[in-house]
Design a protein around this ligand. Structure first.
Ligand code: ZN
Length: 297
């Protein structure tokens, strides 16, 4: 079996959507590969993420990854000093091109910052309202229902998994882990398969463990599994100032015999087990994320 990498792209901001997505589509086209996009469908409230400065580790990460130059100053003021602009609706071209180019497209969220900061306290009704809004807009533009979603910031609760199951997704990618699995949270099993992100992301490793922009591709390739990898990238980073790193990663991974596949191929892997989803820490990331436990069966 060839060793596989599925690229998962999180589109979090208006700038990442309008500029980063087309840049990435060019890179994928040039290299003849397909990827899986997760779109933030509603408002860009990035400025409100400044609140997270008060959370341990966030400021260090922002400085380490040179966030103002990566995200752009304007993006960092959306939702506070500047009103929060809608991301997809005023300009459907990047979304439609991703679809037309044969990439798999799904939902990241309605409002990234809202989900990432407030999910633990959200009722099922609130979660349903937000995801339904995102699904409706997706359907209006794509003329079909979204088949999958992936939670912002890998923030997941029992309630969010329940609502995602109700919405009938084929699979979800809300968790960090090592291999696709059937999720169990708070003792309850959920039917949509979880296809977790496996590699650490650029913002998690850049500037620590001796990883720099010059050797990050070595770091990722060294940490790739010989069967299955999910490589999460961001339209705001690998689609903009770090575009060259993305191209380099693809070329060198292909040279090492990796095949680039859609995330949904994770459904066809053998020996898929049940695992618990729990909140834990990752190196280089502030706060907790949803993690995959060891197999239960
Ligand atoms: Zn995101």
């Amino acid at each position: 079996m060839p060793k596989k990498i599925a690229i998962k792209i999180d589109v979090d901001t208006k700038r990442g959507y309008e500029q980063g997505v087309p840049n990435m589509l060019d890179v994928f086209q040039k290299n003849g590969i397909k990827a899986t996009f997760f779109f933030s469908m509603g408002p860009d409230n990035s400025g409100k993420a400044i609140r997270r400065i008060f959370r341990k580790g966030f400021l260090a990460k922002m400085l380490r990854t040179k966030a103002p130059s990566t995200y752009g100053l304007k993006t960092m003021m959306y939702g506070t000093v500047l009103p929060a602009p809608l991301i997809v609706e005023p300009n459907t071209a990047p979304f439609l091109r991703a679809m037309a180019d044969g990439h798999d497209c799904g939902i990241h969220c309605w409002d990234h910052v809202y989900w990432q900061d407030k999910l633990p306290g959200l009722s099922e009704e609130k979660i349903r309202l937000h995801l339904t809004k995102a699904c409706h807009l997706f359907e209006k533009i794509a003329h079909r229902k979204p088949r999958f979603c992936g939670a912002p910031g890998w923030q997941t609760t029992y309630k969010s998994l329940k609502v995602q199951q109700e919405l009938g997704f084929d699979f979800c990618s809300d968790v960090r882990g090592y291999y696709p699995f059937y999720p169990i949270m708070e003792g309850k099993e959920f039917s949509p398969l979880q296809i977790p992100g496996t590699l650490l992301t650029m913002d998690e490793v850049l500037g620590i463990m001796g990883v720099t922009e010059n050797n990050i591709v070595d770091y990722w390739l060294k940490n790739c599994d010989s069967i299955w990898n999910v490589f999460t990238i961001h339209a705001e980073m690998e689609g903009l100032s770090k575009l060259a790193v993305l191209g380099d990663f693809i070329v060198r991974a292909k040279a090492q015999g990796f095949e680039f596949v859609l995330l949904k191929e994770g459904k066809n892997l053998p020996n898929i087990k049940k695992c618990r989803v729990y909140a834990g820490n990752l190196p280089g990331r502030a706060g907790t994320v949803a993690l995959q436990s060891d197999p239960l069966n």
